[in-house]
Structure formats: structure tokens, C-alpha cells
Design a protein. Sequence first.
Length: 342
Amino acid sequence: MSDWLNTLTQFGAMIDEPHRLQVKASKTQTRVVPLLHLRALSVLGPEATKFLQGQLSCDMEEVSRRGSGLGAHCNIKGHMLALYRLMAVKDGYWLRLHHELLADGLANLNKYIVFSKADAADLGDQLVGLGLIGPGAATLVERVMDRAPSEDDGALRSGNKVAVRVPGDRFELWLPVNEAVELLPNLLEGAELGSTEQWLLSEIRAGIADLRAATKEAFIPQMTNLQALGGVSFSKGCYTGQEIVTRLQHRGKLNKPMYRARVASDSVPAAGTALHSAERENVGQVVLAAPTEEAGQVELLAVINKAQADSETILLASQSGPALELLELPYLLDPSLFERKS
């Protein structure tokens, strides 16, 4: 990994902490973003699909068909322990997630995998990710894979490389670190390095949640709109936490969905930061936040009590903090989720 970080600094990256990369301001729209904040583990073996089908919220047959997809690993109460992007590879899957949850994610999978013909492993420093954003992103993928996936969650494999199209006309490219070192100069012809914050902002604008240590076990999948992104199947068989997740969908009422918002702030609120209204404390919680292109402005995803979001002004950090401006999500939520079922 030191070779990778050294290569990035040679191209102008500023790595002020191990998992955060900054770059100089530029008007170039097409960006290659080293995904230093994300890591990957593998689940490989003849029963890898069967094992993950019984553990994660997504339909593994659909993940295999498309090549990629989102999926949550929940506890028995339906609260998310980890949120993965899965990628189908030879003999199984790569699962990427935020670095803070890698060790716990692997440990939780290993609790159940002992009776399966599959093995879970930390891919460590062997594998790195690149996020490709901007109008030339698909062209960059074509330099590596000959063509780019045409549908969201579509993936292509070439040797040890996987390219995934993710919502928002963006791509993730995962590959061995030595290949990334060799490939980077080619990708940066006509593009520039992008920062961690730029990638997070693109995730927020695509309405895609992520978990951090501070929000582990804080949400059930529907609270982060995961069902709208194909990350929850209500027709597959049992999986850990399935009873709670399915009961909410078919019998319950979702009181706390995830919203996208903008707020005037010179600092970026951390995941888990509480939100308030003038009338009530702790009406929501920040999921993910990043600065925008405009100085002093932050966009974020937050799980908020719908009753307060519909009728009150939501405030950041304190009951006298700056007000959130709620923004549209890039997908629709089923209105029946917010209705009490008989």
C-alpha cells in the first residue's frame, strides 16, 4: 500500500490522514478518486452465494446476474452491522465497505461461515478502489475494460479487475495495487485526481448511505432507503434480521426515512451527529456529509423523524444551530411505507 500512496503523492495528492485524500482545486470535471476510505474483503468457495444469501438483505442471484449490488448484514433485530457493495468475481464475491467496519464485518461473517464451504478473508493491501466521476468517466472505464457497464449495478471483469457502474453515472474500479500503480498515469490523461470529499458528495447526491463506527447498528435497511436501491429483497428466503425487516415492509410503518439536505456550515458534521428541531431534541442523525463546491455549504444524508421533517425546521448540532434545507432524492420512496398497515 505504501507504493500506492507514494504514487498518488507523485501526482499531486495530499494525504493528510491514512484514509483521506485532498487535491488542489481544479476546473477539470472528470476525476479519478482513490477510494482510500473503503476496503474490501472476499467470500470465496462453492457455497459463497448460498452463504451470503442467508446472511445479507439483498438477493444474491440478482447480484450475480448484474455483477454487483448493495446489501446489508444485519443483527437479529434487523439493525445494520455493515453495508456492502458486492462484486461477483471468480469463485465468489468481493465485499467493499468503510474501513472503520472492516474488522467487525469480517468477524461477523466468520461467526456463521464455519458450516459453509466458503471462506471469508480480509483482502488487506492487495486490492484498491478508484472512483470515476464526471463526463469522461465511461471513457476512462473503456480504456481499462474495452467497454463500460451500461446499467446501474452492472459489472465487468477483466483478469483481476472489476468495473462497476454505480448510481449517478459513476463507476468504481477495483484492482490489485500493482496494477493500479501501472494504470494510474493512463487514467490521468484527460482527467485529474479527485478528493475523498468529492466522492462522498457524489454518493450523497446519488442518495447512497454508508455506515461508520458511530452509526453501526443505528439503522434498519429501510431507514437508509436501501430498498429503493435494490439492496433489500422481500421475496428471498430467510437471512439474519429478515423477520424485522420484512415485518416493517408488510405490516409496519416507517417513521424515520433518510433525507438529503443542504446546510450552511464551515465544518462537516460527523456521521452520527444529532439533529434537532426548535420544539424537540434528537429528531434525526447524520449518515454522511461532505462539503459542496460552494464555500461554507455542506450536503448530507440524514435519517430524520418524518413527522418533524414534514412540519418543523430541522437544525444541525443544537436547537439554535443552522437550518437544513431538504433536497430531492434521485429516486422515489414507496408512499405505502409511511402508512400503518391493518
